[in-house]
Design a protein around this ligand. Structure first.
Ligand SMILES: Cc1cc2nc3c(=O)[nH]c(=O)nc-3n(C[C@H](O)[C@H](O)[C@H](O)COP(=O)(O)O)c2cc1C
Length: 363
C-alpha cells in the first residue's frame, strides 16, 4: 500500500512531513534516536556553531499556561490550565562540532530513511566567518546529513553579526548562501526571524542566492511576565532578564501570517512551517497556506512521558493526518497544499454591507 503521508520536500523523501524543530528535542543523539523510533519523519538538529556558548545560570525555558482565573497567563502551576506558550533564552548547542559529527553519522546509519537536517550558525562580515559557515556545512554533510538549515533567526544573540540580527541584511544573507552553496550540494533551508521588518526581501534574497526553502518561524522576541506582588520576573537571574523567544500556541496565528506572506510572494518555492503546531488542525493550517513540511518544538517538549521528544504527539499527528487524507480521498498533502493562498486578499476586496469601500481612497 502506498504511504499517503510520504512527501517530497526540497528534493528529499520524507516518510511523513512532521519534523522536530531545532531545539532541545534534537539536542542529542539519544533524543534524536528516540524521536525516530517514535516515528518522526525528520529532525533539524539543535543549532551547531563553532563559537562556544554558556547558558544563563537559571532555567533556560519556561512553559506558560492560561486559565480563566487569575493570573491568566503564568508559568506557575494552578488547576484547570491549558498550554499557552514556551518562553526561552537558550543559546545554540553547547556540544562542540567534533562531538556532533560521530553522533550524526550514527543517527543517519541507524535511520537511513529519516531526514537529518543540520542547523548551523556562524557570524558574518568577514572571510573568517564565511569560512566558519563553509567548515560547518562541509563537516555535517560529510557526516551524512541530508540538508542544512542556516540559522539566521536566533532571537537572543548579543553579537550583531549573528542570528536574528542578520535577517534584515540582504547582502549578508546572500554572502552566507554563496559560501555554503559553494561548499556543499545538499538542499539549504534558511530559517528566518518573524521579527524581521523586511521578511519578504530577506526571503527573496535567500531564494535567489540558492535557498531550497525558508523555515518560518523561529520564536518571537519577548519578555517574561513580572509578578505584581513579588516584583520578580517569572524567570530571571539576579533580578535581571533579557529578550527571549516566545513559542507554542500563542504564536500560531502570527506564524501562519508569515508563512502565508512568503508562500503568496513565492508560490513556486518551498516553505517549512513552524510555530504553535500541537496537533493536526494547526499542521493543516500551515499546509493550506503553502507549507510542504511542518516543524514542531514546544508541543513535543510538553508531551508528557515522551522524554521531551513528542513520542505520543507524533503518533497522534500521523494518525490524524492519515485519517484526514483517507476521508477526503487525497493521495498526499500536495492535493490541498496552498488552497488558502488565493483567499487571502486586500482589505478592500472583502465585501462591504453597502457601498464599495475603495480601499479608503474615495473622497
Ligand atoms: C528552548 C528552545 C530552544 C530553541 N533553540 C533553537 C535553536 O538552537 N535553533 C533554532 O533555529 N531554533 C531554536 N528554537 C526555536 C524552535 O526551533 C522553533 O522555531 C520555535 O520554538 C517555534 O516552534 P514551536 O511553536 O513549535 O515551539 C528553540 C526553541 C526553544 C523553545
Amino acid at each position: 500500500m502506498t504511504n499517503r503521508l510520504a512527501t517530497t520536500f526540497t528534493g528529499l523523501e520524507f516518510v511523513n512531513p512532521f519534523v522536530l524543530a531545532s531545539a532541545p528535542p534534537t539536542e542529542s543523539k539519544a533524543k534524536i534516536l528516540r524521536a525516530f523510533e517514535a516515528g518522526w519523519g525528520g529532525v533539524v538538529t539543535k543549532t551547531i556553531g563553532l563559537h562556544p556558548v554558556e547558558n544563563v545560570a537559571g532555567p533556560k525555558t519556561i512553559y506558560q499556561r492560561a486559565s480563566e482565573t487569575k493570573p491568566y497567563v503564568s508559568r506557575y502551576k494552578r488547576p484547570d490550565t491549558v498550554s499557552h506558550s514556551s518562553w526561552n533564552w537558550e543559546l545554540i548547542s553547547d556540544q562542540p562540532l567534533d562531538l556532533w559529527l560521530p553522533d550524526l553519522e550514527e543517527i543517519k546509519t541507524t535511520y537511513p530513511d529519516r531526514m537529518v537536517i543540520a542547523s548551523i550558525m556562524a557570524g558574518a562580515g568577514s572571510e573568517a566567518e564565511m569560512d566558519n559557515w563553509r567548515k560547518l556545512a562541509k563537516a555535517v554533510v560529510n557526516a551524512g546529513c541530508d540538508a542544512i538549515e542556516l540559522n539566521m533567526s536566533c532571537p537572543h544573540m548579543d553579537r550583531k553579526d549573528m542570528g536574528a540580527h542578520i535577517a534584515n541584511d540582504e547582502t549578508i544573507i546572500r554572502s552566507i548562501l554563496k559560501a555554503v552553496t559553494e561548499a556543499v550540494s545538499v538542499p539549504i533551508w534558511v530559517k528566518l526571524t518573524p521579527s524581521s521588518s523586511s521578511l519578504i526581501d530577506g526571503a527573496k534574497a535567500a531564494y535567489e542566492a540558492g535557498a531550497a526553502s525558508i523555515s518560518l518561524c523561529n520564536t518571537f522576541p519577548s519578555l517574561p511576565l513580572m509578578d505584581p506582588e513579588t516584583l520578580k520576573f517569572e524567570v530571571e537571574v539576579d533580578g535581571l532578564v533579557t529578550s527571549g523567544g516566545l513559542g507554542g500556541l500563542a504564536i500560531l496565528h502570527q506564524a501562519l501570517q508569515r508563512v502565508s506572506d512568503i508562500s503568496r510572494a513565492f508560490p513556486d518555492k518551498a516553505v517549512s512551517g513552524i510555530g504553535g503546531i500541537r496537533g493536526f488542525r494547526e499542521a493543516f493550517n500551515f499546509i493550506v497556506h503553502g507549507a510542504g513540511n511542518l516543524q514542531v518544538c514546544t508541543a513535543a517538549m510538553e508531551d508528557k512521558g515522551s522524554g521531551g521528544v513528542g513520542t505520543n504527539l507524533i503518533q497522534e499527528l500521523k494518525g490524524d493526518l492519515a485519517d484526514y487524507l483517507e476521508r477526503r480521498g487525497h493521495a498526499s498533502i500536495e492535493e490541498f497544499r496552498g488552497i488558502a493562498r488565493e483567499r487571502i486578499v486586500e482589505h478592500s476586496r472583502i465585501r462591504r454591507k453597502s457601498e464599495a469601500y475603495n480601499g479608503g481612497y474615495a473622497a
